[in-house]
Design a protein around this ligand. Structure first.
Ligand SMILES: NC(=O)c1ccc[n+]([C@@H]2O[C@H](COP(=O)([O-])OP(=O)(O)OC[C@H]3O[C@@H](n4cnc5c(N)ncnc54)[C@H](OP(=O)(O)O)[C@@H]3O)[C@@H](O)[C@H]2O)c1
Length: 173
């Protein structure tokens, strides 16, 4: 059986993952509960994939790299090689992910952002969607989903409330 790819991401009620200037303060200010399901998800994965802009945001804002015990792949056309925590990859992300899925291991977390996610959506490569909705209508920003996607039918397997967050958990049919 191949490894599952999960999208675990926070999104405003109107579908934005960040403001246009990458501001995420609104997301961090939400009154949640505990760690809002993060450690439960984190325990199921051993690999992350993210785009370079998300990586840069994390490096700039986190005190230390937050996923040090995982295998981390950062997709970029502008960097090469690796550092203590991540491998920079400039390959076809779909072929790369399909190869990863065929290897032994735990789940793979597609961290984001929207640009790299678009490649996954267009190929229906996400197996599980764990979407945490924040109590905001942001009005504008970076949308989670772009246009001209295939229709993907989902089954809702769980919902959880964490304070002001609602977490929706779907698997692809
Ligand atoms: N709300 C949340 O939970 C959440 C989660 C994740 C991210 N975010 C936010 O989302 C924003 C970033 O999202 P984004 O959509 O602008 O950018 P992104 O997807 O994180 O990164 C885009 C960059 O990744 C590289 N890339 C993307 N697809 C690639 C491919 N197929 N092959 C090689 N490289 C590829 C390119 O880097 P190069 O230009 O270097 O080639 C591209 O410029 C940040 O503000 C971040 O904080 C929010």
């Amino acid at each position: 059986m191949s490894r599952e790819v999960i999208l675990y991401i926070g999104v405003s009620l109107d579908g934005f993952i960040a403001k246009e200037d990458d501001d995420l303060q609104w997301l961090y200010e939400v009154e949640g509960e505990g760690d809002n399901g993060y450690s439960e998800m984190y325990a199921t994965i051993d690999t992350t994939i993210m785009g370079k802009r998300t990586y840069d945001y994390v490096i700039e804002h986190a005190e230390s790299f937050p996923y040090p015990e995982k295998k981390n792949y950062v997709f970029t056309t502008s960097d090469q090689g690796s550092n203590e925590y991540v491998d920079f990859v400039n390959e076809d992300v779909v072929a790369f992910t399909k190869k990863l899925k065929d290897q032994k291991g735990a789940k793979i977390w597609m961290v984001g952002g929207a640009s790299i996610l678009d490649d996954f959506i267009k190929e229906n490569l996400i197996d599980e969607y764990i979407i945490t909705v924040t109590p905001h209508i942001l009005g504008s920003g970076i949308p989670l989903f772009r246009e001209k996607n295939p229709q993907i039918n989902l089954t809702l397997i769980d919902t959880k409330r964490f304070g002001q967050f609602v977490q929706l958990h779907y698997i692809v049919k």
